[in-house]
Design a protein around this ligand. Structure first.
Ligand code: ADP
Ligand code: MG
Length: 402
């Protein structure tokens, strides 16, 4: 069988004293002062960095941050990330203000074994998102081996994710990439039944391909969040001022028909005039959402059902908060659902959470460690679970395994 080459398969000779060019996903949130607000994505790469340092490689890291649209935008500089990484690794991480500049090249050549250099935001160069081969070649020239640990960026065919691998051999997956592909791959290949999927979030669009790809393999699909409203409308119910994707109501109806009993929608809901008005919220049946109000969370009866279904499953995938959890009290449903996953995990089930906001909800409940896997890649996880090939992964070297 052909498998992507793993970082473990790189020999000492390929690493010792060699320059390892590593694509990471340091697209982290920054606070108002420009400091790293959440360093989970940085910490998630430490096993790969420590491994390579342990094998005396010289580390050259590259990442994007935000959407600077091909020009230098100070607030998207990776400099604060270099500072945080220095703290986490307890060593001086060098930083240069370019990616393929002379300065970057010189800095990469001066590295000693174990040293770490972070290049500036790859998206300051317009050639990055165009997957320009010239940029890919220039990046490749900085290293002797390529390691891709940026699962969160793997669904993009950009110069620093897919392009570079064509010019730099060997090209291998890092530990984070491997972990993500393994956990998410299990959901596609051999999910132990009952396999339960809980979906929520603001929109149906972006999750349709995933539903279509997984529908035949799952035992129960619970839909909450604003996306439930589009399905409720397809059932002929009125949802007041709730977020609805009018153009997807028909498709939601078709999916509902195809899914039959597999699909479960909320029976009750927490409604309010808007998100800011949690204090005037009330609980109603989904068939009685007032005309001038919004459905902002699943109700307690539905949350209890979703929770029990998750708790009894052997495999659970959860993507998208079931309510507007950032605005109390609309996080109650997501909190209850989380409990279901925590219980399932405790009984030995495999529980996987994907999506940036869902991960943030879990973190706000302090329960991140209580599930099997929290994916660091939102869009990448959705595309992978929709059965699509990730260009950043496809570009890596394949090796024979037995
Ligand atoms: P993820 O980032 O985990 O993939 P999404 O981005 O799809 O999740 O959706 C998260 C957003 O959906 C959150 O900001 C949350 O406030 C919002 N949301 C969830 N339920 C509702 C609802 N009923 N009404 C409005 N917004 C909602
Ligand atoms: Mg989101």
């Amino acid at each position: 069988m052909l498998k992507k080459m793993s970082i473990r398969q790189l020999s000492d000779a390929q690493l010792q004293g060699k320059r390892a060019l590593i694509r990471v996903d340091y697209n982290v949130p920054l606070d108002e002062d420009g400091n790293v607000a959440d360093d989970a994505r940085i910490r998630a790469t430490l096993p790969t960095l420590e491994y390579l340092r342990g094998r005396e490689a010289c580390l050259i890291l590259m990442s994007h941050l935000g959407r600077p649209k091909g020009e230098r935008v100070e607030k998207y500089s990776l400099r604060p990330v270099a500072q945080r990484l220095s703290r986490l690794l307890d060593l001086d991480v060098a930083f240069v203000e370019g990616t393929t500049t002379d300065e970057a090249r010189e800095a990469s050549e001066e590295l000693k074994p174990g040293d770490v250099l972070l290049l500036e935001n790859t998206r300051f160069d317009p050639r990055e998102t165009a997957n320009d081969p010239e940029m890919a070649r220039e990046l490749a020239a900085l290293g002797d081996v390529f390691v891709n640990d940026a699962f969160g960026a793997a669904h993009r065919a950009h110069a620093s994710t897919a392009g570079v691998a064509a010019f730099l051999e060997p090209a291998a997956t890092g530990f984070l990439m491997e972990k993500e592909l393994e956990h998410l791959g299990d959901l596609l290949e051999a999910p132990e039944p009952p396999f339960v999927v809980i979906l929520g979030g603001a929109k149906v669009s972006g999750k349709i391909d995933l539903i279509e790809n997984l529908l035949d393999r799952i035992d129960q699909l619970c839909i909450g969040g604003a996306m439930a409203c589009t399905f409720l409308r397809a059932k002929g119910l009125e949802t007041g001022r709730s977020l609805v994707e009018e153009d997807l109501i028909e498709l939601a109806g078709e999916l509902m028909e195809r899914a039959g009993d597999t699909l479960m929608l909320p029976e009750d809901a927490v409604v309010a005039p808007d998100m800011e008005n949690g204090s005037s919220s009330s609980i109603v049946g989904v068939e009685e959402v007032p005309e001038d109000q919004m459905l902002l969370d699943i109700g307690p009866r539905s949350a209890g059902k979703f929770k029990d279904i998750a708790a009894d499953a052997r495999t659970v995938l959860w993507n998208g908060p079931v309510g507007a959890f950032e605005h109390p009290p609309f996080g109650a449903g997501s909190r209850v659902v989380t409990q279901g996953l925590v219980e399932a995990t405790g009984r030995g089930a495999k529980t996987v959470v994907g999506g940036g906001d869902t991960a943030a909800a879990l973190a706000s409940f302090g329960l991140t460690e209580k599930v099997t896997h929290v994916s660091t890649g939102g869009g990448a996880a959705l595309e992978f679970l929709a059965g699509k090939e990730l260009p950043g992964v496809a570009a890596l070297t394949e090796v024979e395994t037995t």
